[in-house]
Ligand binder design. Structure first.
Ligand code: R1P
Ligand code: URA
Length: 315
């Protein structure tokens, strides 16, 4: 694969270096997940999918692209509206690749919603859904661990960045309709740079100094409810995205000056207070219900008339 432009590498066809997508392959409305298997399960809710499609197979009526770096993009329509699903793997760098490279190949405003899994610090039980209205970043403060360090805090906690408030409201409504009252929670998310140390897991093989981390998170943001590994970057990059290109002035997002509107929700896989972990039967029950609620939300968000420009995407 040969690339041009070391600043923002793309191949001769205009495919981005990591996600591997080019103009015309991605919709303005994107659902992002970590696990490619989850992306394939959710793709079964898109228009025109043959219910006899074998499990673990991308339906043949949909566009799909599996990149050499492990990103899976699936594009089709939901209730007639073009949508994409992008599986990105895990961690803050993968979210950064996803947001920037997808933004680069789509014209006009975009909406991006993450459906992930998480650990719960609140009473949200395994199988429940949390819709965080904001997220902060928890980073291992590596300097603390240096020999003779004078650094006093082993973890750095950033300020919180907000999701798009309207998307959060729509997600809560649609998740509640899908999963039922009592199973949908609002709160603040903490995105950690490790599944282990910066999520307060104890590991005798390493010096982590994280015994008091949960107390520190709750002192920092008393409504901290979830721990996972990507959402902060999505909310942060949406808030720092520049306005939609002026050549499409009719599409400039009326809600703010950013070209990306972001929201997030997550299924509780790990209950950190009771130490429960979700069963595979519960994952199979919750994933498609939550996925449908996200698709309903994606198509409900007002973006402008981008479909006029991209009417062939997903068909
Ligand atoms: C860790 O097991 C992974 O699960 C969560 C975390 O954010 C991390 O990526 O999300 P996904 O299920 O979307 O990958
Ligand atoms: N994903 C995470 O990052 N943490 C958990 O505890 C569960 C899922």
């Amino acid at each position: 694969m040969s690339m041009t432009n070391a600043n923002f590498p793309m191949d001769a066809e205009g495919r981005t270096y990591h996600v591997g997508v080019k103009r015309g392959e991605l919709a303005n409305r994107v659902l992002t997940v970590g696990d490619p298997a989850r992306a394939i399960v959710l793709s079964r809710s898109l228009d025109g999918v043959d219910p006899a499609t074998p499990a673990k197979t991308v339906p043949t009526n949909l566009f799909s692209c599996f990149s050499h770096r492990g990103f899976l993009t699936i594009t089709g329509r939901y209730k007639g509206v073009p949508v994409s699903i992008v599986a990105i793997g895990m961690g803050v760098s993968m979210m950064d690749f996803f947001v920037r490279e997808c933004r680069a190949v789509v014209d006009g405003p975009m909406v991006m919603i993450r459906l992930g899994s998480c650990g719960s610090l609140s009473d949200a039980a395994v199988g429940d859904i949390c819709v965080p209205s904001s997220s902060y970043l928890v980073q291992r403060n590596v300097d603390y661990f240096a020999p003779a360090s004078d650094v006093t805090k082993p973890y750095h906690l950033s300020r919180a960045f907000e999701a798009d408030p309207e998307i959060t409201k729509i997600l809560v409504k649609n998740m509640t309709a899908s999963l039922g009252e009592g199973h949908v929670w609002s709160g603040v998310n903490a995105t950690a740079d490790s599944f282990y140390s910066s999520q307060g897991r104890q590991d005798d093989n390493f010096v982590d100094k994280n015994e008091d981390l949960f107390d520190e998170l709750l002192a920092h943001e008393p409504n901290t409810q979830t721990l996972e590994m990507e959402t902060f970057v999505l909310y942060h990059l949406a808030k720092t995205s520049t306005a939609a290109p002026l050549k499409h002035s009719a599409l400039v997002n009326i809600h703010n000056n950013n070209s990306i509107r972001a929201g997030g929700c997550m299924m509780v896989f790990a209950q950190r207070k009771t130490n429960d972990f979700i069963t595979k039967e519960d994952v199979a029950r919750v994933e498609p219900l939550a996925g449908k609620a996200v698709f309903d939300s994606l198509v409900e968000v007002e973006l402008g008339s981008e479909d006029d420009l991209h009417s062939s995407v997903g068909s």
